[in-house]
Design a protein around this ligand. Structure first.
Ligand code: ADP
Length: 411
């Protein structure tokens, strides 16, 4: 072998070895590229080392970008989860792409199963389907999914992007309930005012037309009756104002130490006038009892309970007023031997205008608001009302106050 041949052979061998190395690196690279994204980068040196490190940098940047994107998507989804409204993202055919948990719960959907299905196939109420089909979404839909109860949702549909739709669902059930309570209240007040007003205008009309011919005693009787109706209206307005001022504030503004015994003595004087000697009243209240609270609200609580005992206890009955204390509360009780209340009425007794016997309440000048006032005034003092009653035997109403409001004068 000549020198030249030897050199050539050596070069061929070196080149073949290099080719073999390149091929090995190439195979490793191919295996790495086709493997999972997070597979470790293969070892390499020379030009392949440089290649691998650049590739590695590129992959890491991509991975970082992907992580950032995933993180912001997660943040976006958790913001959508935190929304107080149900949210459903849909494509142009209203197929569900994504929805938050509130939407799932409100619309009764199945998160795993319902994605990809058009919403009309899942919520088939005609009211809802025809809203979607109108194509006019300038106004939201007030949707009542179950006709039997008061559930009410406000549905809005918003087009966004080239061919995407967003459905939002707001639960208005509580607001609707409040609105019903408000409507009932206005209807009740109007009804309560209408009766005495009709009577008063009837008397005025009679007096206007027959003022010359009407005997003086009859005229006097009409005026007395008109006066009684005007007083009933006055009581109603007074109770309404008391109730609304109690409802307007969550806490008491005129809080002070109130001496209870003199307050009760005062109330007993007016209760005796109301009873006109028809009841035997006994009082057992400690002379030095002091309650921290609003004097006017406490007067309303005790006055209403005492007057009710007089009004709903036939003449000859007994009324016992006393103070009692437990470890955590103090209670002002009014016990009567009156007509009593059937158990079925007890839970609703402190609702506004709720009466067991409409006629009897009106005859005694009742407004139907007394116990509602008691309940509200007590809750402003963190207290509560308890009622025990038996038809024909009598009732005991107790206004309970927390111990931190109770003290003794001079202690
Ligand atoms: P009212 O102005 O009609 O007395 P309240 O809110 O004070 O209104 O009381 C509601 C209803 O509770 C009354 O109409 C009456 O039917 C019943 N009630 C209240 N107190 C008594 C009582 N001591 N004995 C029997 N029934 C009572």
């Amino acid at each position: 072998m000549t020198f030249l041949e030897g050199l050539l052979l050596g070069t061929v061998v070196v080149l073949a070895f290099r080719l073999y190395l390149h091929r090995r690196y190439l195979n490793r690279m191919l295996a790495w590229i086709s493997g999972p994204l997070d597979a470790p980068v293969p070892d390499a040196s020379g030009i392949w080392g440089e290649f691998v490190s650049r590739m590695n940098r590129r992959v890491k940047t991509r991975q970082h970008e992907k992580d950032l994107l995933e993180k912001s998507l997660e943040q976006f989804q958790s913001a959508l989860e935190a929304l107080p409204d149900g949210v459903i993202f849909m494509d142009a055919h209203r197929r569900i792409l994504w929805m938050n948990t509130l939407a799932v719960n409100l619309m009764g959907l199945l998160p795993g199963q319902d994605k990809g299905t058009p919403i009309e196939h899942l919520v088939r109420e005609p009211e809802f389907v025809s809203y979607l089909q109108t194509g006019d979404f300038t106004e939201p839909l007030m949707y009542h999914p179950h006709r039997r109860d008061q559930t009410c949702f406000m549905i809005s549909l918003i087009n966004y992007g080239a061919d995407r739709q967003l459905l939002t669902i707001r639960d208005l059930t509580q607001l609707e309930k409040l609105e019903t309570v408000r409507r009932d209240f206005v209807a009740n007040v109007s009804h309560e005012l209408k009766t005495p007003l009709t009577v008063i205008s009837g008397f005025i009309e009679t007096l206007q037309t027959h003022h010359e011919t009407l005997p003086i005693e009859k005229r006097q009787r009409f005026l007395d009756m008109a006066m009684a109706q005007a007083q009933q209206m006055g009581r109603l307005v007074h109770d309404l104002l008391t109730l609304s001022s109690l409802e307007a504030r969550a806490s008491l503004v005129d809080e002070k130490n109130v001496h209870i015994k003199p307050l009760i003595d005062e109330l007993i004087i007016s209760a005796e006038a109301l009873s006109a000697g028809g009841h035997d009243m006994t009082v057992e209240i400690p002379d030095n009892l002091v309650l921290r609270g609003s004097a006017s609200a406490l007067r309303s609580i005790f006055g209403n309970l005492i007057n009710n005992a007089v009004n709903y206890t036939p003449s000859g009955g007994q009324i016992h007023i006393r103070w009692q204390e437990t470890d955590s509360e103090g209670g002002f009780s009014v016990q009567d031997t009156g007509i009593g209340i059937p158990a079925v009425h007890l839970p609703r007794l402190s609702e506004r205008f709720y009466r067991v016997d409409q006629g009897r309440s009106r005859d005694t000048g009742g407004t139907g608001l007394g116990l509602a006032i008691v309940k509200h005034a007590l809750s402003r003092h963190q207290g509560h009302l308890s009622i025990e009653s038996q038809v024909g035997t009598g009732s005991t109403f107790t206004a309970w106050f927390p111990t931190n409001r109770i003290s003794r004068n001079g202690q």
